[in-house]
Design a protein around this ligand. Structure first.
Ligand SMILES: [Zn+2]
Length: 256
């Protein structure tokens, strides 16, 4: 848009003025004025857009089911991009005012949402209690037994499950053995923070390596019938203090 001051001045000179009379009645008086010589001053309005970047904020949500070293990104933040539509008025080349007319969102800003645990300790710490490594039927109990295959003093329990069934770590701990062991076949031993060791025998597949830290419930392998075994099952032991095999049924929860 472009006007000149000259045009504006001429327009004014020819205008009629409205005047209020003393008795409040409206009267119209025409004022004739001589055209005024005015300097030509440029008056213009410029419209433009300004890109505006808005950084996202991080919002933290606390969760008492997670450990204090656990953090979960619920949603990644999105940086906002906006265009501020401005109009600037120049008079004689000088900026008189700039106004924001409208804002258009190219990308709406979205916060980054973090979930942070508040449980004391670490996720990798042993919980101090055991879960069932697999759900199944007990096919052989702890203690003395008469068998044609395997030990007559059974140091654990056998849980009958199909080959390939996932076997879980009964508690968090360090994998201190993962490999072949006489009688046990594919065998995994985990030492827990209290010194107890849990053992998992006859696996068809081992999914961990010696030195791994596993979390309670993590898959450590798959059930099978390797070693001295008559059918697919998990042989599970709990060794108190890492030495004395104890009856897992006295320690595991009553139900899976
Ligand atoms: Zn067994």
């Amino acid at each position: 848009m472009r006007f000149t001051a000259r045009a504006a001045a001429l327009l004014f000179a020819a205008a009629s003025a409205l005047v209020m009379s003393s008795n409040a009645a409206l009267s119209v008086r025409t004022v004739h004025a001589e055209p005024v010589e005015a300097e030509e001053i440029e008056f213009n309005i410029e419209r433009y857009g300004v890109n505006r970047v808005v950084d996202f904020e991080t919002v933290i949500e606390y969760d008492d089911t997670m450990y204090s070293d656990e953090t979960e990104v619920v949603s990644e933040g999105v940086t906002g991009l906006y265009i501020d539509k401005m109009s600037a008025v120049f008079y004689g080349g000088e900026l008189v005012k700039a106004e924001l007319d409208d804002t258009v969102a190219v990308t709406e800003v979205e916060p980054r949402l973090l979930r942070v645990g508040t449980l004391p300790g670490s996720r990798a710490d042993s919980r101090g209690y055991y879960i069932w490594p697999v759900e199944g039927v007990i096919t052989s109990y702890f203690g003395t037994r008469s068998v044609s295959v395997g030990s007559s003093n059974h140091r654990g329990i056998d849980i009958g499950v199909p080959k390939g069934t996932a076997i879980a770590a009964a508690d968090s701990g360090d994998v201190i053995f993962a490999g072949w062991a006489s009688g046990y076949g594919n065998f995994v031993k985990i030492r827990h923070d209290n010194g107890d060791i849990t053992c998992y025998g006859h696996l068809s597949k081992i999914s961990v390596s010696e030195g791994d830290r596993v979390i309670q419930g993590d898959k450590i392998g798959e059930a099978g019938s390797t070693g001295v075994s008559t059918g697919s099952h998990l042989h599970f032991e709990i060794r108190d203090g890492g030495v004395t095999a104890v009856n897992p049924l006295n320690i595991l929860p009553e139900e899976y």
